[in-house]
Design a protein. Structure first.
Length: 398
């Protein structure tokens, strides 16, 4: 998510409150997150794995030509696809904001080649021979930027453009899809093999911009049914908007100007905006009734964050993995176990004995992009950057 959030022109009272906040602000910012003592990171390989899920968010500025992360991901997808033969045992989920800044433009627009190249960078990790043999899928979730940072027919048209583009790519070989689709309101449910997790994929941007309470309730009802029917499978709910975050979209202080705009309804992408609060309240209600998922994973904030749940109304683990093509800061929040501002992603591994593991993989911020280099210097940056990604944190989820 970038600074081009959805906005309506603020009214007089909103502007007055904003001015007062600026005058009264003391300049004291929130406390940055500082992890505790370093723990040994477990990097267990594919042996005894039933399924592996890669979680990658906010990759909408990536390019094959200059983004080391997609080259590293391709090698990892190939490694795990070779080790876990068979459909549905390996999958990659892009957690929204797949095309910055306003989604995939209409055919004929001069920005279409740029938009298309950004999507193809995300197709690249599942285009290798091992991924092709196993039909390893990449699921693209909608984010607010994929909707063009707008609702209504215009926003849905941008989303339909991305859906049609991925359908054309899939017809040529790679297993890629926009889920839920541009016309879908209910969650998409994907079963990852016989012993893998159940994925429940949500379009939270659609929910935030909907004004129809009946439509909103149908999404929540669909989520409840997906949780009810999971049985012993671990459930991973994935969406663009996080359940918890210590990033810039988190709840802001009383005198924070953007916090005032969020509370007024002028900005709807922050956790303390009324539509977002209603979404969280709805999710908590479903989790209380149907049982909390093992994991709720999202992007939106451009960092890597791991939260442990604090009650039956919350997921047991909330993850933010939105650092594929941008990075942003993280501040202290209740339940935050680990966080990092660096390019990276997360990997969930389900073992044949039912154990579920999380590994957070990152590199130095230097390797976010090699776009400022040319020729041999760029090729060296891509090679070294792809090799620089390594586990930074791991924990057992179940």
């Amino acid at each position: 998510m970038t600074a081009t959030c959805e906005r309506r022109l603020p009214g007089v009272w909103t502007m007055l409150a904003l001015a007062v906040a600026v005058v009264l602000s003391t300049g004291c910012g929130p406390t940055p997150f500082r992890p505790g003592p370093s723990l040994e990171v477990e990097e267990a390989g594919p042996a005894d794995a039933a399924a592996v899920l890669f979680l990658v968010g906010d990759a909408g500025e990536a390019r094959v030509e200059w983004t080391p992360l997609v080259h590293h991901l391709r090698a990892e997808v190939e490694r795990w696809s070779a080790a876990l033969p068979g459909d549905s045992s390996v999958a990659l989920v892009y957690l929204g904001d797949n095309v910055y800044p306003v989604g995939l433009h209409d055919a004929g627009h001069p920005e279409v080649p740029r938009d298309s190249a950004r999507l193809m960078a995300q197709v690249f990790p599942v285009s290798g021979p091992e991924a092709a043999t196993d039909a390893t899928p990449a699921f693209f979730l909608p984010g607010n930027h994929d909707w063009g940072s707008q609702g209504g027919p215009e926003g849905r048209a941008r989303l339909a453009n991305q859906e049609a583009f991925l359908e054309r790519v899939a017809a040529a070989g790679p297993s890629v899809a926009l889920v839920p689709g541009s016309q879908a309101e209910a969650p998409t449910v994907v079963e990852m093999g016989a012993g893998g997790p159940r994925l429940v994929l949500l379009d939270t941007q659609w929910w935030l911009q909907s004004q129809d309470q009946g439509e909103r309730q149908r999404l929540l009802d669909g989520l409840g049914r997906a949780l009810d029917g999971a049985g012993d499978r671990p459930v991973v709910v994935a969406a663009h908007h996080p359940f918890r975050s210590g990033g810039p979209h988190a709840e802001r202080g009383l005198l924070d100007p953007l916090g005032l705009l969020a509370r007024s309804g002028s900005v709807v992408q922050d956790l303390n905006a009324p539509p977002y609060e209603a979404l969280l309240e709805g999710l908590e209600g479903v989790f209380t009734r149907a049982g909390e998922p093992l994991v709720y994973a999202a992007g939106h904030d451009h960092s890597l964050q791991v939260f442990q749940g604090e009650g039956a109304h919350e997921p047991r683990w909330s993850l933010v993995s939105g650092a594929a093509s941008k990075t942003s800061s993280v501040t202290e929040m209740p339940g935050l176990m680990w966080a990092g501002r660096a390019p990276g992603y997360m990997r969930i591994v389900v073992r044949t004995n039912g154990r579920v593991e999380l590994v957070v993989v990152r590199a130095r911020d230097t390797y976010l992009s090699c776009a400022d280099r040319q020729g041999d210097a760029r090729r060296g940056c891509l090679r070294d950057g792809a090799a620089a990604f390594a586990p930074a944190f791991s924990t057992r989820l179940r």
